[in-house]
Design a binder for this molecule. Structure first.
Ligand code: GLN
Length: 498
């Protein structure tokens, strides 16, 4: 097949494979070469060419038999927060941490297993912030990831390896996870499309836990259409996850393409009410981000949507609320890394307590340690009521604020992040700066609502800017519809870094 195979997205690849214009083996070989040729981007933590080719050969055989699922033979890679069966894939599962360096999982995460069952080919495990704690990938224990639009800049985080690899055309798509913005913010920084579905839509089974009441998986790809195909395969009830939503399987691609009532060819979004929370457009919002986001909103208006003013009065409080609840849950979840059950164990120690201390001191990086300490503090006797309980109460109020907005609108829109991607090292190790930059993604996470980042244009230094869309519970279809309509009318999602 002529042309650049790596320019094809998920839907295109599926079509090309079914029409036998290329084979999965051919694609897999091409992308493996590209991945190793771009190793300096830092996106890949591990890959196994032989196992990938085995999967590609099986997919080609299925295609020959006429098995025509949309994802059969499509190559992708997983954020290294998902465990992958080592015997099947040859890939370790590290969570970007020295604590789990080389860890061989005996099973696949549900999301991984479902994508494998849909016929996808796993090329690699992708770099991320350690235990998904971060906004820039600078917290990876292994290597920083570089933004393909400007190698001096961060790709965002924590799913930065996924976003950078998709943006650089090393992969058509990747999985990500989002606890407080980790799909949306790197998607925005790298100019790709990503969706965090409603909490409970994708199983958390086999996702190495950070903050269990917030963690949610989702696809990262070049277009809303590609995301819809992946989400259909990844999602669905899983009895192994106690908070999995008990809903019938969804075809997000079909619901995305379903015309809205009252829509016409030029006005596919006729009747859609988009709420703009005034707190999402503060004076401190960078001018380039503001301009790109407002231009995208004007485009959505042309497509038939109406813009309405709404308010999320507790937006600023999302930061302290999240940075109490997420570390509290993390401190508990990370208790399992004690040198006994799995992962790193200190080589020399005097007794059990000494072994715990040395193992955890050596295995965890500084941001993870900071969060374990904050989390342990806010949960401790005497402080629980003052911090954790207060945060839980505010979390409920933040969720209620969204429901008040959804009386007046169908979708909420705003920026994903207050600025474009910053330079590597620019924050000088001050964690508060990164925490504050999460202001626009945390509210939807705390409320458990679906959120999406859609390429909206470019800002300072030619860096991508994302538009955030937030929907009501289980209304991923409306987000995907709005994003798809925007992508039919604009070409930001097709631009690529040089
Ligand atoms: N930046 C946020 C944090 O550091 C969100 C991370 C995430 O969504 N995994 O916790």
């Amino acid at each position: 097949m002529s042309g650049d195979l790596h320019d094809l997205g998920v839907a295109d690849i599926g079509r090309a494979l079914r029409q036998r214009r290329c084979s999965s083996v051919e694609l897999t070989l091409h992308l493996l070469t590209r991945l190793s040729g771009h190793a300096s981007l830092g996106t890949v933590l591990s890959s196994d060419a032989d196992r990938a080719l085995e999967q590609a050969r099986a997919a080609d055989a299925a295609l020959t038999r006429g098995e025509a699922g949309p994802l059969v033979g499509v190559p992708l890679a997983h954020k290294d927060i998902f465990v992958t069966d080592h015997a099947r894939t040859g890939l370790p599962s590290t969570a970007g941490s020295k604590m789990l360096a080389g860890y061989a999982s005996p099973f696949d995460a549900t999301v991984v297993a479902r994508l494998a069952a849909a016929g996808t080919v796993t090329l690699a495990k992708l770099n991320c912030d350690e235990f998904a704690m971060g906004s820039s990938n600078e917290n990876s224990a292994f290597a920083p990831v570089h933004n393909p639009w400007d190698l001096q800049r961060v790709p965002g985080g924590s799913s930065g390896g996924s976003a950078a690899a998709v943006a650089a055309r090393l992969l058509p798509a990747a999985t990500g996870t989002d606890t407080g913005g980790s799909i949306r913010q790197p998607a925005s920084f790298c100019g790709i499309t990503g969706i965090k579905p409603t909490y409970g839509v994708c199983s958390r089974y086999g996702m190495i836990a950070f903050a269990s009441s917030l963690d949610q998986a989702g696809p990262m790809a070049r277009s809303a259409e590609d995301c819809s195909l992946l989400l259909s395969a990844m999602s669905g009830f899983d009895e192994r996850d106690a908070t999995s939503a008990e809903r019938p399987p969804q075809d997000y691609h079909a619901s995305m393409l379903q015309p809205r009532t009252g829509a016409s060819a030029g006005r596919p979004l006729q009747g859609l009410r988009i709420g703009l929370p005034r707190e999402f457009f503060p004076a401190a919002l960078a001018a380039d981000v503001d301009t790109a986001v407002r231009a995208a909103l004007a485009e959505l208006e042309k497509l038939g949507a109406t813009l309405v003013d709404v308010s999320l009065p507790r937006t600023e409080l999302s930061i302290p609320v999240y940075y109490i609840i997420a570390p509290a849950e993390a401190s508990s979840n990370l208790g399992r890394f004690d040198g006994v059950k799995f992962g790193h164990r200190a080589a020399q120690y005097t007794d059990l307590m000494d072994m715990y201390k040395k193992t955890r001191s050596e295995g965890f990086g500084p941001e993870v340690k900071r969060r374990i300490m904050i989390g342990t503090y806010v949960l401790s006797h005497g402080y629980y009521d003052a911090y954790y309980l207060q945060a839980q109460k505010l979390r409920r109020m933040i969720a209620d604020d969204f429901q008040a907005c959804f009386q007046a609108c169908d979708v909420i829109a705003g920026p994903v992040a207050p600025t474009v991607a910053w330079e590597i090292g620019a924050q000088g190790g001050d964690p508060l700066q990164a925490y504050l930059a999460d202001i626009f993604t945390l509210p939807a996470s705390l409320a458990g609502l679906p959120g999406m980042s859609v390429p909206a244009g470019f800002g300072a230094h030619g860096m991508p800017v994302g538009l955030q869309l937030i929907g009501n519970y289980f209304d991923e279809a409306t987000l995907l519809q709005a994003a798809h309509a925007l992508q039919q009318a604009t070409d930001f999602h097709t631009r690529r870094p040089t």
